[in-house]
Design a protein around this ligand. Structure first.
Ligand SMILES: Cc1ncc(COP(=O)(O)O)c(C=O)c1O
Length: 475
């Protein structure tokens, strides 16, 4: 290509269009796909790799000052829901970095996004020097969030869910000054910064930390008592508002309690509370760090019919970048929001790919791959609950956020069970405390029905072994 002939193109555009780049990309994809033929199902560690792996785990513990939750150190390769670890074992990853790797492992579209990012001039994008990819991602987010009539005007990117929530709170407190209190649900999780640790309803997560936010709690929805729990939540909310008139900057809604144990609210419940908030002039902030991309709609607030109510929404995890979207009237003065990093170039490009796939890739909507496979997974769990009624209760959750309660929901037993699952070839993770649950965030965009069958078959065997052991008095 003759650069001098087309002055309107940048050198970067020429580089992207260079046929050698296309060849390199094709070669990478070919090599990946060939290697993936070697990953067809779970397998145990390779005994030859075991000693080195043990040393790696020990070094990890030493460096971090605490052991890893699972003996999990990735080899750096996988195939959809299957991940290879550095000890040569292969597992079904049904938790995906707690909901980040929704396209599984070594997905061609993710590799493609990362490949494009390799050609970006910098690895990180920041507030001062932006690339057009950030703008494209912000525009795509606004389009996706507003597609059912919500009125978000602005979006600010950041590099963690906690930072997206911090930015949301800053925007809200700034606009509502001198309001100095926040309303949230009991059992919520918002993140682990000093301020968010005050809202997250887990005393252990703020042990020894100074209080930096005054929080009023409202009880969450109880699916066993829909009308009573809704009435009770409205009553408590009204009493907080009456006790501290004009002092609440916002109420944070976690529509499906994630870390709290996969408890979902209902449209009627949220509508009842948002009507009270609207009357009191208190803005609604929706924390979609975990729920984004999990259901029939791209955002859960759309599934719960809160398009007109939500004034701020945050998202992260499977987006690969994190974001705070807010309405025009909440736009802060310059200086309030800023960071050195907004995200890595690869995260931004991955985020664009994820949004594109959620919008146009047959993943969402009633018959989209995510809700269809989620229903199929839940049907399998319901079957296990019928087969083992003393051991499995559920399923619970929302879309691709799936959980069940093991026996009486004891935390330690649930943890031990998750470790048994890990050894058997499935990576899941506990959630919640009362009861604790076994949860899954499966990478449905990268899965087939046959993968779900394979996962459920292993799960069934682990449960069966447990039931047998408990009959012998071993658990
Ligand atoms: C609902 C919710 N909010 C906030 C966060 C915090 O996100 P991060 O861990 O990326 O800071 C999480 C993380 O699990 C979450 O589930």
């Amino acid at each position: 290509m003759n650069v001098a002939q087309s002055p309107a193109l940048t050198q970067a555009q020429y580089l992207m269009a260079d046929e050698r780049i296309a060849r390199a990309r094709a070669l990478i994809m070919e090599a990946v796909s060939e290697r993936q033929e070697g990953l067809s199902g779970p397998r145990p560690p390779d005994p030859d790799l075991a000693p080195g792996y043990e040393a790696l785990l020990a070094s990890f513990k030493e460096c971090r000052g605490q052991p890893l939750y699972y003996p999990y150190i990735a080899s750096g390769f996988g195939c959809g829901p299957l991940v290879e670890l550095a000890d040569g074992s292969v597992k079904y990853d049904m938790i995906c970095g707690i909901g980040v790797h929704a396209f599984g492992h070594s997905h061609p579209r993710m590799i493609g996004a990362a490949f494009d990012a390799v050609l970006d001039d910098t690895l990180m994008q920041g507030n001062l020097q932006q690339s057009a990819t950030s703008l494209k991602l912000m525009q795509a987010l606004l389009r996706a969030a507003n597609r059912r009539g919500a009125g978000f005007a602005h979006v600010f990117l950041s590099s963690s869910g906690a930072m997206a929530n911090e930015n949301a709170l800053k925007v809200l407190f700034h606009k509502r000054s001198p309001a100095d209190r926040l309303l949230v649900f009991e059992n919520c999780f918002m993140g682990r910064t000093l301020a968010l640790g005050c809202a997250t309803d887990r005393p252990a997560y703020r042990a020894g930390l100074p209080s930096s936010l005054t929080v009023d709690y409202v009880p969450f929805y109880d699916h066993r008592r829909p009308a009573q729990s809704t009435a009770r939540a409205v009553e408590v909310l009204e009493s907080h508002l009456a006790r501290h008139p004009g002092r609440h900057a916002a109420m944070g809604f976690e529509l499906v309690q994630g870390e709290g144990g996969y408890h979902a609210g209902s449209p009627r419940f949220f509508r009842a509370l948002s009507a009270v908030l609207r009357k009191a002039g208190v803005p609604l902030m929706v924390d979609e760090i975990q729920t984004f991309g999990r259901g029939q709609e791209i955002f859960a607030f759309q599934a719960f019919g809160l398009d007109q109510e939500a004034q701020v929404v945050t998202c992260g995890k499977m987006l690969h970048a994190c974001a705070t979207l807010f309405r025009k009237e909440l736009a802060p003065a310059p200086g309030l929001l800023s960071q050195t990093f907004t995200a890595s170039s690869a995260s931004l490009r991955a985020g664009l790919m994820v949004l594109e796939a959620l919008e146009n890739g047959g993943l969402t909507g009633k018959n989209g791959r995510i809700p269809v496979l989620a229903r199929y997974f839940c049907k399998g769990l319901a079957h296990l609950a019928k087969r083992f009624p003393q051991t499995v209760a559920g399923p619970f959750g929302f879309g691709a956020m799936i959980a069940f309660t093991l026996e009486n929901g004891d935390g330690e037993k649930t943890k031990a069970f998750c470790r048994d699952l890990f050894d058997a070839g499935i990576i899941a993770f506990p959630a919640g405390g009362h009861p604790a649950r076994v949860r899954f965030l499966p990478p449905f965009p990268a899965m087939e029905q046959s993968d779900v069958d394979a996962v459920l078959a292993i799960l069934g065997k682990v449960i069966e072994a447990r039931v047998r052991a408990s009959k012998k008095g071993e658990t």
